[in-house]
Design a protein around this ligand. Structure first.
Ligand code: NDP
Ligand code: OXD
Length: 314
């Protein structure tokens, strides 16, 4: 009788119990192994389900058939130069994760459009100071990244009547969303954007893209929502732009260092809303079934679902 397939689960932050239960339901024939450092009998591991695996951890599994990211983003995996050559990588595309991100984007676009921080500051001071928000149809929201998440957020933002645009590598044809494509159109996209939402993957081309140069191209007082990766943002440039008034406020869910260090000035900046990387969480029950389907496809000689283009990096 053939030995059962083995799956190793590697994550410093996801509770393995939830995933073990979800895999027991979705793929009961596969043995679920939690890695807490060394993996016993690494040559017997067929599948790796991972979030931020330690560098070199995947390279030590010589018979891997597929790596499955616990997140939509894969920079936490591809940042390791020893990623095993030729092993397919699958990421999460899931309706619950997408819905969670759109909730977050809508929440924070509305927060900045209606200037909720200003009302909260007035309340804290016991001041009754009415002010008018700009009309939604005169408020220009720009989404960097019009992929799975950016497109869904754009569709949900449409219902408020915002003037929407998206920036991506390829041109998009989404009704009601002006499309800007490629590095040559980034400046024009930024120049027409009052509230900028970043939903890009973190790659060599997008690292540090939210920098002083970009802030100088936005209209004065523009707001930023970064729900993608901390590596997109040059934090020192943002702090300078906020203090100078060039940027009017920011919501940050992701940071170059997570957890955000206690000493970071972002924690207490009056124009910054900090959330602890919770914009959209992966739902184990929903995603384990999808991963089991990917494994079945690879076992049958095919490609996993939502395969990442390893050359492109997303
Ligand atoms: P997709 O791969 O579906 O979409 C990526 C989008 O970015 C595409 O529109 C793509 O363009 C565009 N893009 C990529 N590179 C460039 C570039 N160099 N210039 C311009 N546009 C570019 O990703 P998702 O929408 O599923 O996810 C986006 C990111 O969101 C993830 O990579 C992850 O980092 C982050 N995330 C954060 C979460 C959180 O909780 N904070 C949760 C989940 C995801 P094109 O369409 O032309 O290829
Ligand atoms: C993801 C994340 O990439 O949660 O899914 O950041």
């Amino acid at each position: 009788m053939a030995a059962p397939e083995r799956l190793v689960f590697i994550s410093p932050s996801d509770p393995p119990g939830d995933w073990e239960r979800a895999f027991r339901a979705a793929a009961p024939e596969i043995e679920f192994v939690v890695s807490r450092g060394e993996v016993e009998a690494p040559e017997t591991i067929d599948w790796a389900v991972v979030w931020k695996p330690p560098p070199g951890a995947l390279a030590r599994l010589p018979n891997l058939k597929c790596v499955l990211s616990l997140g939509a983003g894969v920079d936490h995996i591809l940042g390791d130069p020893s990623y095993p050559k030729g092993v397919p990588l699958s990421r999460v595309v899931d309706p619950y994760l997408t819905a969670g991100m759109s909730e977050y984007v809508v929440l924070h676009v509305l927060t900045h459009h209606r200037d909720l921080p200003r009302s909260l500051a007035h309340q804290a001071a016991g001041r009754w100071t009415p002010f008018a928000a700009p009309r939604a149809d005169e408020t220009r929201v720009g989404l960097m990244g019009l992929g799975e998440l950016g497109l869904d957020a754009a569709r949900k933002l449409k219902t408020f009547g915002y003037r929407l645009a998206g920036w991506s590598l390829g041109r998009k044809a989404e009704p009601g969303v002006e499309s800007f494509a490629g590095p040559d159109e980034l400046g024009a996209f930024l120049a027409r954007t009052d509230i900028l939402v970043c939903l890009l993957p973190l790659t060599a081309a997008t690292r540090g893209i939210l920098n002083a140069r970009a802030f100088a191209q936005l209209p004065r007082g523009a707001r930023i929502v970064n729900a993608a990766r901390g590596g997109h943002l040059v934090e020192a440039d943002l702090l300078a732009a906020l203090d100078e008034g060039r940027i009017g406020g920011a919501t940050l869910d992701v940071f170059e260092r997570e957890p955000l260090p206690a000493m970071s000035p972002l924690w207490s900046h009056p124009k910054v809303i900090v959330t602890p990387h919770i914009a959209a969480l992966t739902d184990a029950r929903s995603t384990a079934g999808q991963m089991a389907e990917s494994m079945a496809r690879v076992r049958a000689g095919g490609r996993p679902l939502y395969e990442v283009d390893l050359r492109r990096g997303y």
